[in-house]
Design a protein around this ligand. Structure first.
Ligand code: NAD
Length: 490
C-alpha cells in the first residue's frame, strides 16, 4: 500500500452511504496507456461492499422519492456547472487513464454533460398521460414512479460519458443509483462522483463501487437492486442480461459492434474519405460506433482506396495530452496484441495491407501504440469483415452497387451503427428503410445521437428493450402505474 500512495493518482475509492471507502479486496493497477506506467491502484469491491451500497441506497430511496421532482433536479444543475468548470482537468485525467486525445476527451465530456442537461427536464419527461372520461364518469391517469436502487456497469472506452447515460435520469426520476465503472479507467468516474457529492445529492442517492467480475456478479445477484444498465462487449452483455434477469431485474445491456460505411458512386468522395477516416480512427478505433468496414461501389473503389490511404498517412500517433496528436494508444498491452492478431489474420486471409502502421514508434513513450492500418480487398467472409476489432484498423470492401452493400452489412451479427455516403435521395431512403442497425447516418461518419434521443443498437449489439438516454431510460427507471377515478356524485 505504501507503494500505491506514491502513485500519481493514489488509491481509487468507493463512495458508499456518503463516505469514501477503500474497496475490501485486492485489485489492480491503473496504467497510463501511453507510458505503460501505473498511475493509480483500484481495489475490488466484495459482496459485503456491494451490500452496504444497496442498503444505503434503499434507505436513501425512501426519503428521496418523496421529494418534489423540482427539488430532485436542483443538484443536477449544480452538477452540470461543476462538470463544466472542471472539464479541462477531467479531460486531462481521462487522457491519462484511457489514452484518447485531449480534444476527444473534451468532446466525450460534453456528451456526458448533455445528458445532465436533458435529465433536468424530468418533470416533463416523467409525464405519462391522462384521459378525462375514459369511460362513463371515469378519468384515467398514468403515472411514472421510481422503483428503488438501480446499478450501471460501464466499459473503459467512455468513462466520462457512459455513466452519464444513466446517473442523471436514475436519480432525477427518484431512484438511488450505484455506478460500477470499468476497472481499467476508474479515475474519471471517481472524480465525477466527487462532483456529484459536491452538487448536493443526499447520502446514498449516488454511490460508487469499484471492481471487476466478482463485483459485477454481486450486483447482478443482489435482490435489493431493481435493475441494471450495462454497456460493454457482446459476450459479457449476454451474460449480464441472463444473470440479472434470473434474479428478477430489469436489464438493458448494450454490447459490441461492427459498423459499416457504404460509399455510393454518387457521393462526394473527398468528404466521404475524410469522414471515413475520422470514424474509423477516432479514439484509436476504440468506439462502439467506430466504422471499420467500408463497403464501396466498384466504379469508385480505386479512387476511394487512395483517398483513405492519403488521410491515414496524415495521422499523428502519440500521447493524447501532447498537442497535435490525433490517434492515442490502445487501452492495454493485451488489447494491443489482440488488435495486432486481427491484422495478421486479415493478411493471412488475403486482404492487402496498403497502409501499415505496425512498426510505428512514438518518441519518448513506451505505451500501447499501433499506427493506423488500412486494408483493401476485404471479402464479407473474412474475420476482419465480421468481428469487432476495436483498434485503428479499417478495411475496404468492393461491391457492385449500394443494394449489394446493404446486403453485406445486414449479414452482420451486429447492428449498432451504419453510414451511407451518397448524393442520391433514393439511395438514402432505401438505406433508412433496409439497413439493420440502431443508429443510421447519411453523409455523416458516426451516428452518435444527442442526449435527447435514445441510444442503442440492434441484433447482437443490444439485449433488452428500453435503451440508454432520454425517454427510453426514463421508462426503464420507472414503473408506470395506471390510476382510474370515479366520483358518482360529480
Ligand atoms: P467489457 O465487456 O470487457 O467490460 C465492460 C464492463 O463489464 C466493465 O465494467 C467490466 O468490469 C465488466 N466485465 C468484464 N468482463 C466481465 C465478466 N466476465 N462478467 C461480468 N462483468 C464483466 O467491455 P470493455 O472492454 O470495457 O469495453 C469495450 C466494449 O464495449 C466493446 O465491445 C464496445 O463495442 C462496447 N461498447 C458498447 C457501447 C454501446 O453503446 N453499444 C458503448 C461503448 C462500448
Amino acid at each position: 500500500m505504501s507503494q500505491q500512495t506514491e502513485l500519481e493518482y493514489g488509491e481509487v475509492r468507493n463512495y458508499v452511504a456518503g463516505e469514501w471507502r477503500t474497496p475490501s479486496a485486492e485489485g489492480i493497477p491503473v496504467d497510463n496507456p501511453a507510458t505503460g506506467e501505473p498511475i493509480a491502484h483500484v481495489g475490488f469491491s466484495t459482496e459485503d461492499d456491494v451490500d452496504a451500497a444497496v442498503e444505503a441506497g434503499q434507505d436513501a430511496f425512501e426519503e428521496w422519492r418523496q421529494r418534489p421532482v423540482e427539488e430532485r433536479i436542483q443538484p443536477l444543475f449544480e452538477l452540470k456547472r461543476l462538470l463544466e468548470d472542471n472539464q479541462d482537468e477531467l479531460a486531462e485525467l481521462l487522457v491519462d487513464e484511457e489514452g484518447k486525445t485531449f480534444a476527444e476527451a473534451k468532446g466525450e465530456l460534453r456528451r456526458g454533460i448533455e445528458n445532465v442537461e436533458v435529465a433536468t427536464g424530468i418533470p416533463s419527461l416523467m409525464q405519462a398521460g391522462h384521459v378525462e372520461n375514459a369511460a362513463p364518469g371515469i378519468d384515467e391517469t398514468a403515472v411514472r414512479q421510481p422503483m428503488g436502487v438501480f446499478a450501471a456497469i460501464t466499459p473503459f472506452n467512455f468513462p466520462g460519458m457512459i455513466p452519464m447515460w444513466f446517473l442523471p435520469y436514475a436519480v432525477a426520476t427518484g431512484n438511488a443509483f450505484i455506478l460500477k465503472p470499468s476497472e481499467q479507467d476508474p479515475l474519471v468516474p471517481q472524480r465525477m462522483i466527487e462532483l456529484a457529492e459536491e452538487a448536493g445529492f443526499p447520502e446514498g442517492v449516488v454511490q460508487l463501487v469499484n471492481g471487476g467480475v466478482d463485483t459485477v456478479n454481486a450486483i447482478l445477484d443482489h435482490e435489493g437492486i431493481e435493475g441494471v444498465s450495462f454497456v460493454g462487449s457482446t459476450p459479457v452483455a449476454k451474460t449480464i442480461y441472463e444473470r440479472a434477469a434470473a434474479s428478477g431485474k430489469r436489464v438493458q445491456a448494450q454490447g459490441g459492434a461492427k459498423n459499416h460505411i457504404i460509399v455510393s458512386e454518387t457521393a462526394d468522395l473527398e468528404f466521404a474519405a475524410e469522414k471515413t477516416v475520422g470514424s474509423a480512427l477516432a479514439c484509436s478505433g476504440q468506439r462502439c460506433l467506430a466504422n471499420d468496414v467500408v463497403v464501396v461501389e466498384e466504379s469508385v473503389y480505386e479512387e476511394f482506396v487512395d483517398l483513405v490511404v492519403e488521410r491515414a498517412e496524415k495521422q499523428v500517433v502519440g500521447y493524447g495530452n501532447d498537442e497535435g496528436t490525433t490517434v492515442g494508444p490502445l487501452i492495454s498491452p493485451e488489447h494491443e496484441q489482440q488488435v495486432r492478431n486481427y491484422v495478421e489474420t486479415a493478411r493471412q486471409e488475403g486482404a492487402e495491407l496498403v497502409y501499415d502502421g505496425r512498426d510505428l514508434e512514438v518518441d519518448g513513450y513506451d505505451g500501447n501504440f499501433l499506427g493506423p492500418c488500412v486494408f483493401r480487398d476485404l471479402t464479407p467472409d473474412m474475420v476482419i469483415a465480421r468481428e469487432e476489432i476495436f483498434g485503428p484498423v479499417v478495411g475496404l470492401l468492393p461491391v457492385e452497387d449500394v443494394d449489394a452493400a446493404i446486403e453485406v452489412m445486414n449479414e452482420s451479427d451486429y447492428g449498432n451503427a451504419a453510414s451511407l455516403f451518397t448524393g442520391s435521395g433514393a439511395e438514402a431512403k432505401r438505406f433508412r428503410h433496409d439497413a439493420e442497425a440502431g443508429n443510421l447516418a447519411v453523409n455523416a461518419g458516426t451516428a452518435a445521437p444527442m442526449a435527447f434521443f435514445h441510444f442503442g443498437g440492434e441484433k447482437e449489439s443490444f439485449f433488452g428493450d428500453l435503451h440508454a438516454q432520454a425517454e427510453d431510460v426514463v421508462r426503464f427507471y420507472t414503473d408506470e402505474t395506471v390510476y382510474i377515478e370515479r366520483w358518482p356524485d360529480a
